[in-house]
Unconditional design. Structure first.
Ligand code: MG
Length: 367
């Protein structure tokens, strides 16, 4: 099976509600759907989400990178998968979300080549997975209402976005914990919004007030590994690195600096499943835990993330709720949600039937 051509198209996806964090607020996302065609008539599917504030990638940059990747991979044989992934990573610096889309399309083809769902190809079991549900950054009252609503819908783990005002963040978290009661797990994600000393003050105040928190994600700016270590040394809950870790080399540096207890792996940050597997192996070897996360992505690329999460025991937590924010599903098949329970398709590869041409009238086809 030879790779012929990468085709890409953008899809506009209005969100059901604005997605707000300490870094950004969006009410509509653009994702890029990728097809890799082969000489055998098979099609591999992948997706990319431009998240300029985090990865530096935009729709035009991803489309340009995919064109370059197309020129690099065209004609390669799917059975030389290791060489394909090495070439994908070496053909250009950065551009991890574009690479992720191509990477997952190649994995989709590998599954189709061997007739196995991707999680099986990677040695995993079928799941199911349990995802948390994100509660966006907002007023105390709105975050309480949203938390009650999601808990009432059956979500047992809430991930609260904070990080724009330490004093207000304490009030938000105390009010949510009081409203939802003791049985709902609360994760917090500051999206780089606190200074190290602020993070320590907030978390220790929460502990003092008996606000039980499962973990804290990315309390300080991405590049401040020393600040992350400062927080980790002074609080009694796990500190998870998100924006701090893009690549396997970042994971090694994080571990060397003892800066976190775990890593939130996202395909858009690391360049796809090939590199995500390396990060998971590095984390497991060093005794860290992993969370499987995503950007604001459709179920196309989140299905790939779910396959990966099912394939590695070290990935013990999932933050794969992004498709639940989307008012449009651009694919047929793929993952299925029932409240927080996420089940995988059992078809070969990603298990996605096709990209729905009827779902996105604003589609822009390119090369
Ligand atoms: Mg995060």
């Amino acid at each position: 099976m030879k790779l012929l051509e990468i085709q890409a198209e953008t899809v506009l996806i209005p969100l059901k509600q604005p997605f707000k964090t300490a870094l950004r607020s969006v009410d509509c996302i653009e994702n890029i759907c990728v097809r890799i065609t082969t000489d055998t008539g098979h099609t591999g599917l992948g997706g990319a989400a431009p998240t300029a504030a985090i990865t530096g990638e935009t729709v035009p940059s991803i489309l340009g990178a995919l064109k370059h990747i197309n020129d690099s991979l065209s004609g390669m044989n799917i059975e030389d998968a290791e060489i394909i992934f090495q070439k994908l990573n070496a053909c250009m610096i950065g551009n991890h979300s574009a690479k992720a889309a191509a990477d997952m399309a190649v994995y989709d083809l590998l599954g189709k080549q061997y007739g196995l769902p991707l999680f099986r190809l990677l040695g995993g079991t079928a799941g199911p997975l349990e995802t948390d549900m994100t509660i966006c950054l907002d007023s105390v009252e709105k975050m309480v209402l949203d938390s009650l609503e999601k808990a009432g819908q059956g979500f047992g783990i809430l991930k609260l976005k904070v990080g724009n005002d330490p004093a207000l963040d304490i009030r938000r978290l105390m009010a949510v914990r009081k409203a939802v009661g003791p049985d709902i797990k609360l994760r917090i994600d500051a999206n780089q919004g606190w200074k190290p000393k602020e993070a320590v003050v907030v978390v220790n105040r929460l502990i003092k007030e008996h606000v039980d928190i499962e973990l804290i994600e990315q309390p300080v700016p991405a590049g401040d590994y020393a600040g992350m270590r400062f927080v980790r040394d002074r609080v009694d809950i796990p500190v998870i690195a998100d924006e701090s870790v893009f690549t396997p080399a970042d994971a090694l540096r994080l571990i060397e600096m003892k800066a976190a207890d775990g890593i939130n792996i996202k395909l858009m940050k690391c360049g796809g499943i090939f590199n995500a597997l390396k990060i998971a192996a590095i984390a497991e070897s060093a005794g860290l835990t992993c969370m499987m996360g995503s950007m604001m992505e459709s179920s196309l690329s989140v299905t790939a993330a779910a396959h990966l999460a099912c394939s590695r025991n070290v990935i013990g937590a999932c933050d794969l709720d992004a498709p639940l924010f989307c008012s449009v599903n651009p694919v047929r098949g793929g993952i299925h949600y029932r409240a927080s329970t996420l089940t995988l398709p059992d078809g070969p590869g990603l298990g996605i039937g096709s990209i729905r041409s009827d779902s996105h009238p604003d589609t822009l086809s390119v090369f």
